[in-house]
Design a protein around this ligand. Structure first.
Ligand code: 5GP
Ligand code: ZN
Length: 113
């Protein structure tokens, strides 16, 4: 997808700190971390947001969550972590390429985010 920041990061056109990659998923550290561990887990197919997940592309979502389990283990998040998806304007999504925030390394408490 032209002019998509995360497509450019996946393609290596914009540098990122990669933590995981497979056929379906690219994961890298957030540039503005909100926790000691803050990783963005991104499908390699351009899907704009959760509104566009359907039976043709949901394998990418499943693979993102398989990756989250692997990354969390590799990052030592044995005591737990939080996964967040922001969708659309009201959800506060700023990059319109589906992604899951993996946050951890500290007790995040029981608040919403
Ligand atoms: P959203 O608000 O769309 O759910 O999350 C977008 C995330 O992308 C934000 O947490 C923001 O810090 C991160 N981000 C924006 N631009 C870049 C970038 O160029 N590199 C990296 N690594 N993260 C970015
Ligand atoms: Zn994209």
């Amino acid at each position: 997808m032209d002019n998509c920041l995360f497509c450019k990061i996946i393609a290596g056109e914009i540098p990122s700190t990669k933590v995981y990659e497979d056929e379906y998923v690219y994961a890298f550290r957030d540039i503005n971390p909100q926790a000691p561990v803050h990783i963005l887990v991104v499908p390699k197919q351009h899907i704009c947001c959760t509104r566009k997940i359907d039976e043709t592309n949901s394998v990418y979502v499943a693979k993102c969550f398989e990756a989250i389990a692997k990354i969390a283990k590799a990052e030592g998040l044995d005591n737990g972590y939080r996964v967040i998806n922001n969708c659309g304007e009201d959800g506060g999504q700023t990059v319109m390429h589906l992604h899951f925030h993996l946050l951890g390394g500290v007790s995040l408490g029981e608040k919403m985010i």
